[in-house]
Design a protein around this ligand. Structure first.
Ligand SMILES: [Zn+2]
Length: 419
C-alpha cells in the first residue's frame, strides 16, 4: 500500500503562493504551510498502546513528525485541508521498541541496522554494551526512515578474553566505579553489566562489585541493566537496586522468593529475551526483508532441537509466573536481528502472556524502559510512529508481521525494497 501523504496539501501550498503574493499574508501562508503538514489516518482499528480496548474506526491526526490527536472518528476533528489516508480494514498500533540489541561495530553497519529496524516496524532500539564510544555521535544523526537508538556504550564485565573485547573489563569495586565514571563522561544512556560466568569459563562480577556499580551509576543519574543467567544473581541484583534485568532466569524454575523479590521492587523491568523455541518455524514471512544468503543461512539453522526447547521451556515458565505476579515486562531480543521482535512477541504469547500484554510490553513498556518519552503510544504530542497492519494482532500476534505500512516520525517508510 502506498501512503501518498500530504500531496493534496502540497498543491494547496503552491497555489497559496499566488494568493499570498497579492494579500499580505505571511500569516495566512504560515497557516497554509501548517495545514499542508497535517495528515489524517482514518478508519483503522487503533491499538494506542495505553492499555485500553482497541478503538474501531479511529482517526490519528499527524502534524509533521508529531501526533496531534488520536481517537474515535466520532470525537476527533480532522482539520480542514488535511491530507487524508483511508485505512479502513487495517489495524494501527505504535511502532515496536526493542530494549536490548547489539548493533554493528561499523558506522555503515549501524546506519543499515537502523534502516532495517524501521522496515520491520521497529522505531527504536537500545544497544546494550558493545558500542565503541566513537560511534555514539550517530545517536544524534539518525536518518529519515531509520529507527532511533540509545546505547550503553561499553558495558562492564569481568575479563572475558576471546569472547568480547569492547566492554570495560574490571576486577574489583574500584575498577567498577571507574568504569561507570568513564561511561558517564561519554554520555551513555544506561549502564550495562554482565553477571554471568559463561558456563564456568570466566569469573563472574560479584555482588560486592555489582552493588558498587549500581551505586555509582545511580549517583550519576544513570540506570543499570544487568545481563543475568542464575536466579541467585537475579535476586541479588534486584536487592542491590538494579533497574532492568536483561534476560529472564535461565538456570532453573524460579522459586517463591524470586517472585517476592520482584514484587518488593515494582519498578524493576524484566526483559525476558526468550531464546529460540527449539522447533522448526515458518520463516517465509520475513523472506522479503532479508538478503537471500542471510535468509538461506537462517533457514538452514531452522530445525527442531530438544535441547534448545528444554532451555526455552524453563524461561517460558518463569516468564508466565512473573507475568502473573504483575512484574513489569518489556520486549527485548538481544543480538542484531531486525525481525526478532516479531518472533519474540509470538514466543511471549506462547509462554502465557495475552496478546495485549505483549503489545504493551513491546511499545509503552519498552519505551519507558529506554526512557523514550515521545514514543511507545499513539496519543497527542508523541512522535508519529505508526505501524499499520493487515490483520489484528489481538486475534493472532503473528499479525504484527503483516505490515501494510510504516509511518516513522510522520513520514511513510519506503518498504518496496528491504534495506
Ligand atoms: Zn545482550
Amino acid at each position: 500500500m502506498a501512503l501518498a501523504t500530504g500531496r493534496g496539501g502540497y498543491a494547496r501550498v503552491v497555489s497559496s503562493f499566488a494568493l499570498a503574493a497579492s494579500l499580505l499574508a505571511t500569516f495566512s501562508a504560515g497557516l497554509q504551510a501548517q495545514t499542508a503538514r497535517i495528515t489524517a489516518y482514518e478508519g483503522a482499528r487503533l491499538i494506542d498502546g495505553k492499555g485500553g480496548a482497541p478503538v474501531e474506526n479511529a482517526v490519528v491526526v499527524v502534524d509533521g513528525a508529531k501526533i496531534l490527536a488520536a481517537g474515535p472518528s466520532a470525537s476527533v476533528a480532522v482539520p480542514a485541508g488535511a491530507a487524508r489516508v483511508n485505512l479502513a480494514g487495517k489495524t494501527m498500533m505504535p511502532m515496536i521498541i526493542d530494549a536490548h540489541v547489539h548493533l554493528s561495530q561499523s558506522r555503515d553497519g549501524i546506519v543499515r541496522d537502523l534502516k532495517r529496524r524501521a522496515w520491520f516496524g521497529v522505531s527504536a532500539v537500545m544497544s546494550a554494551g558493545t558500542d565503541k564510544y566513537e560511534n555514539l555521535d550517530l545517536r544524534a544523526k539518525v536518518e529519515p526512515g531509520s529507527a532511533t537508538f540509545k546505547s550503553a556504550g561499553r558495558g562492564i564485565t569481568m575479563p572475558e578474553p576471546g569472547r568480547i573485547t569492547v566492554p570495560h573489563w574490571i576486577n574489583n569495586e574500584a575498577e567498577g566505579r571507574k568504569a561507570v565514571e568513564d561511561l558517564a563522561a561519554n554520555k551513555v544512556d544506561i549502564v550495562k553489566v554482565w553477571v554471568d560466568n559463561r558456563d564456568g569459563q570466566f569469573k563472574k562480577v560479584t555482588p560486592e562489585i555489582y552493588t558498587a556499580i549500581i551505586d555509582e551509576a545511580h549517583k550519576r543519574g544513570l540506570r543499570v541493566m544487568a545481563h543475568i543467567f542464575d536466579q541467585e544473581d537475579g535476586k541479588g541484583l534486584i536487592k542491590a537496586g538494579v533497574d532492568i534485568l536483561a534476560h529472564g532466569i535461565r538456570d532453573r524454575d524460579i522459586d517463591d522468593e524470586m517472585v517476592a523479590v520482584f514484587k518488593s521492587r515494582p519498578n524493576v523491568v524484566l526483559t525476558p529475551n526468550l531464546p529460540e523455541r527449539g522447533v522448526k518455524v515458518d520463516m517465509s514471512w520475513m523472506k522479503a526483508g532479508l538478503p537471500a544468503d542471510e535468509f538461506a543461512k537462517l533457514e538452514a539453522q531452522n530445525v527442531d532441537s530438544p535441547k534448545l526447547a528444554a532451555f526455552h521451556a524453563i524461561q517460558a515458565r518463569n516468564l508466565a509466573k512473573l507475568n502473573a505476579a504483575g512484574v513489569k515486562i518489556a520486549l527485548a531480543t538481544d543480538g542484531n536481528r531486525p525481525w526478532g521482535p516479531h518472533d519474540e512477541m509470538e514466543d511471549m504469547v506462547l509462554a502465557g502472556m495475552t496478546p495485549m500484554q505483549v503489545l504493551l510490553a513491546s511499545t509503552r513498556n519498552s519505551a519507558a524502559a529506554m526512557d523514550l518519552k515521545d514514543q511507545g503510544t499513539i496519543e497527542a504530542g508523541k512522535s508519529a510512529d505508526l505501524l499499520v497492519l493487515d490483520g489484528n494482532p489481538l486475534d493472532d500476534i503473528k499479525n504484527t508481521r503483516r505490515i501494510s505500512a510504516v509511518v516513522l516520525r510522520g513520514e511513510a517508510v519506503d518498504r518496496t525494497k528491504a534495506p
